[in-house]
Write a protein that binds this ligand. Structure first.
Ligand code: FES
Length: 285
């Protein structure tokens, strides 16, 4: 974790009130992994200075560029949209625990809901860099909120669902998952809690639907890794990046706690990425 002065290189509104900003921050671009986040010091018009967490959207070690993708929803993020190229912001990071891909796995299913794309976008690059196949399922309310395919590598199979059916599948992005569960070796998701809970239920029952023989090999065998460890995430079929309001982002304020099967979990420290079975999901409503 480092505190760096990140220089804004480019800022653009890619969707209504959703911004993509690129910063020159070589110290972050080299060390950050998918799922991790930065805490950015922002100002607002009242003179208040606060830090806000943003998932690292992309990180390019060759250029030293990291990007963040966020929705302008309040004074701090509104202030951020007015930063100009050449200006520098204080960024603390990388923070949190990353996604862990099992090195044996070739077929990765990624699921993003709305701004959850920001939490999973870097995993696309990591997976493709290592020669894996990626299917990315994306859900939004309507066409106007669909993440542009032009911002994704060509190698990704990008499948969209919209609530109103204006683009792709009409309905929830989770409706699409059963069509890929036999193909996928491992799945990763970021989005609203209800979406993640549905995916966790699907993942828990996947083995019974497909059968062990269809899976081709048994996962794990031998001793179970400790919950919360990188090995536990690597072994999980589904990993989720939780989106949670944060205060300190370094584990001190307990403002980001979610309920885990072994007790409270701080999203900023024990997360934001968890194996799905580490979270005590609310029962389906
Ligand atoms: S934001 Fe303070 S403990 Fe997580």
């Amino acid at each position: 974790m480092r505190l760096v002065a990140a220089e804004l290189v480019q800022s653009r509104e890619i969707l209504p009130r959703q911004w993509l900003q690129s910063y020159h921050a070589p110290e972050l671009a080299t060390g950050t992994r998918a799922g991790q986040f930065v805490h950015v010091r922002t100002g607002d018009y009242s003179g208040l200075v606060l830090r806000r967490p943003f998932a690292v959207n992309t990180a390019d070690a060759a250029t030293g560029i990291v990007s963040i993708h966020f929705r302008s929803v309040g004074h701090g993020t509104e202030w951020l949209t007015r930063v100009r190229p050449g200006e520098r912001l204080e960024m603390l990071g990388p923070l949190g625990r990353p996604f862990e891909i099992d090195p044996r796995n070739r077929h990765l299913l990624l699921v993003a809901g709305g701004l959850g794309m920001a939490g999973i976008r870097l995993l696309v690059d990591e997976a493709l860099r290592d020669g894996r196949q990626v299917v990315l399922l994306f859900g939004a309310a309507t066409t106007a909120e669909v993440y542009p395919s032009s911002l994704l590598p060509d190698e990704v199979e990008y499948v969209v669902a919209t609530d109103d059916g204006s683009l792709g599948h009409r309905g929830l992005v989770t409706d699409l998952v059963p069509g890929y569960e036999a193909w996928a070796d491992q799945a990763f998701a970021c989005g609203p809690p209800t979406m993640l809970a549905t995916l966790a239920r699907l993942a828990a029952s996947r083995g019974a639907r497909l059968g062990v023989a269809r899976l081709g090999r048994k996962r794990g065998g031998g001793r179970q890794p400790a919950l919360g460890s990188p090995a536990a995430r690597r072994r999980a079929f589904l990993q989720v990046a939780m989106e949670q309001t944060m205060g300190c982002a370094v584990g001190a304020c307990l403002g980001c706690v979610v309920t885990g099967v072994e007790g409270p979990q701080r999203v900023c420290r024990e997360g934001p990425v968890f194996a799905a079975e580490e979270i005590a999901w609310e029962p389906a409503g």
